[in-house]
Structure formats: structure tokens, C-alpha cells
Design a protein around this ligand. Sequence first.
Ligand code: ATP
Length: 466
Amino acid sequence: MQEQQSDIKSADSGPAESGLGKATMEKITSLAKRRGFVFQSSEIYGGQSGAWDYGPLGIELKNRIAAAWWKEMTQLHDEIVGLDAAILMHPRVWEASGHVENFTDPLVDCKKCKNRFRADMIPEENLTSKKCPDCGGELTDTRKFNLMFKTNIGAAEDSASLIYLRPETAQGIYVNYKNIIQSNRMKIPFGIAQIGKAFRNEIVTKNFIFRTCEFEQLEMQYFVKPGTDEEWFNEWRKRRWAYYEKLGVKMDHLRWHQHGPDELAHYAKDAYDIQYLFPMGWRELEGVHNRTDYDLSRHTQYSGKDLQYIDQDNNDRYIPYIIETSAGLTRNVLMILCDAYDEEQIAEKGDADDWRTVLRFHPNLAPITVAVLPLMKKDGLAELAQDIRRELMEDFATDYDQGGAIGRRYRRQDEAGTPFCVTIDYESKDSGSVTLRFRDSMEQVRVNRAELIGRLRKEIKEYKRI
Ligand code: ATP
């Protein structure tokens, strides 16, 4: 699949990598299309840059990543609750948040080749010499470009009907903070978690689903007493790191990056990004930010509503500080795809079958948990396999495949990241046992049908990546 080409370029794509056994963005993009993880938006019309569609396997993977995050951030904490705020918000929200004024990227155009660049992503010498990094032509002056998508609500298209597509989910949380305290009797410290779409008119939409105009975020805002913010900031850094460890991500592919003075948002006291080593290099995956009392103070000022927290136990009132953990869901999908991607040599016959492509997803994230495969279609094996599949369906995401040689079918499941295959053969008819095949080791064991569900549950719980 062709990577989406924006008419706007930058150095964001990094060096191309290739070679057997290595994950490259090209291979991942092509596997994603071939197997129905991600398709280019509006492909039959030539594609829409900055937007992607999640196919049957992709939506399952995305949903499982979202569910893992939701469990981690809500179910495992008494003091964190969920929210699903609207995408369309009162335009004053974005004035209060500072987005109308400051949510901009610096933009330069080449007068000759007409390519467009993010000024902070091209070499400094090109900016000072005003030379296009692509063709050497003259660059325009740098100008500010606001990333918010604007539209109109109602029939009139005037400034009174102006409305924005939210560029982040966080503001929906801040404007509901009082509602949630009142309806759920929350006491500080407490958090509000939200998963939802966000939209940014990104100048650069390269690298597949890494940076897109429409994407999804996983955000949790934690409200704390001023003075305890540094402690909570460190605590959330620890917790977010441990979360990726639990997901089974290659930990040597993750690192912290602290925002320097030139990167730190003016309202932030401290900020760290968790970066992942994508095929194009280290890139941000998630941010952990100490946002101080900036957001709630600004909303107090702009809405005229008192957003102080009243601590009845200590007869105290204050504007809470906010510790934010903000990750991209769609960027996490890309990270998990890159992290899981493996090419393994399994034979030395000198043909294409020597290698297998395998997605080593954690079983909790795999789109299909178990595939049921009859060795043959005939002699009642297909019917028996269908019967076993129906039994497994209630507990697991299953697939059924009866077409082609069994080795080929295993490869297809490896490529989809299915951690377990159950094969039904003649012995299954006689003894009631089935073959359980493991994706990672390719080992096979015989299991009694009656014990299959329990065994699969145990394997999922105790899964360790090899
Ligand atoms: P970047 O520097 O990559 O543009 P950011 O610092 O602007 O990101 P935040 O505003 O902190 O990002 O957003 C939080 C998270 O949302 C990011 O860590 C990233 O995972 C995700 N994200 C932000 N912008 C995009 C985008 N255009 N496409 C996909 N995911 C995004």
C-alpha cells in the first residue's frame, strides 16, 4: 500500500530501513492492508490524506488496546471514573484553553516546488538560508498555522455559528470536573479518564497512522492538591511505564524524554514523553504532564463559574493542579503493530516458505485469540471443528479456517497474530483430544476437549513473550 502523500513535507519520515527480519514502515503498512488491519481512507477515490479506516482485524486490535487502557485507568482505581464528552464544544472552551491563540505550527512554503514544511522539522540552516530542503528554491517567511478544524453549526455560515472539532479530549474533562465531583462525590485526589476522537489539521501526515488529522486519544486527568503535584507526577510516570511493561512491549524500545525549556508548554511545570523506537526512529507515544492549575483557572476566568474544590474535611478551598497522562490510541495501534512484527526463519530450503511473518501480540490484545482448523473438510472433521468453535466463541475471539494446507493456515494465523490454533484431526473424533498449537514457539500439544477452555485461559494469563 502506498503511504499517504501529503502535499506538505517534512523530515518526519526518517531514514528508510529494509532487509529480511526487520520491521519497516513499508512492510507494516503493506501487512496492515493485506490482512485488513488498516486501509487508506476513501482509497477508491485516490485516498484522503490524514485519515485511515480500521478493517476487521484493526478494529479488534484498537478495541482491545482501548479496553486494556480503560481497565488499567478506571477498573483498577477506585478514584478514577470515566467520561465520554462531546466532540463539539462551546467555542469559548478553545479560547479559554489557549488553542485559538496558541495551537499553531510554524509553516514555510517553497516558492519553487510548492512543497510545504513544518519549520521546526527542517534543518536550521535551511531556515536561515531560506533554502528549500527538497529543491533548493526560496522559502517563504515562517507563519503560524492553527491546527484546529473549523466548521459551522446550524444553517448560517457566519462567525456566530463557528465551531471547532476538538483537537484534544482533555478539555471535555476539565469542563465536566464540577459535574463529576457533584454527581459522584469525588474527593481529591481523583481522576477522570476518557477515550475519544480528536482532530488536528496536521501539516505533516506521513508515517502511516503515526500522525493523522483524525485520531483517537487515551487521556486521564488527575486532580490533586497543589503542593502534592510533584509527588503525583512522579507516581503517574511510574504507573504509565509499568503499564507498557504489562502489555508485553519491548521495554528497550521505550524511553523517557523530558521537555526542555523550549518544548515545555508555558503553563506546564514539568513534562515527560514516553517515546517508542518506531522504524523511523524514536517518537512520542504518550505524554505525562504537570499542567498546574492553568486549565481550571482559565475556565474559571472565561466561564465566570467558580471551579474551586471545596475540601470539607479541612475547611479548605483551592483550584486543583492537574497531572495529565495523554496517549494516542491510534498511535498505540501502530506501536503495537511495530512491536509485535517479526520475521522468523523456520527452514533452510531456499524458498519463500523458509520465513514466516508473525505478529507476536499479547493474547489479551490479539484480534483473534484462537483459530479452529479441521485437518480435513471431510469425514465429519469440519462439523466437529465447527462444534468446538461454537463452544469457544462464548469465551474467546475465534476464527474458523478450513481452506488449504494446514501449514499455510498456520502461517495465515501467524500473520494475523493469533496466539493459539486448535486443530481437529481423526484422533479428535476417536479420543476427543485436539492439537493446541502455540504461535510463538510453534509447539503443539494434545489437550482434551473438556480441558481446552481452562487451558487457554491459563495460557493467556501466564503468557510471556519469548
Ligand atoms: P506531537 O509532538 O507528536 O505532535 P503532541 O505533543 O502535540 O504530539 P499531545 O498534544 O500531547 O501531542 O497529544 C497526546 C498524544 O496524542 C500524543 O502523545 C500522541 O500519541 C497523540 N497524538 C497527538 N497528535 C496526534 C496525531 N496528529 N495523530 C495521531 N496521534 C496523535
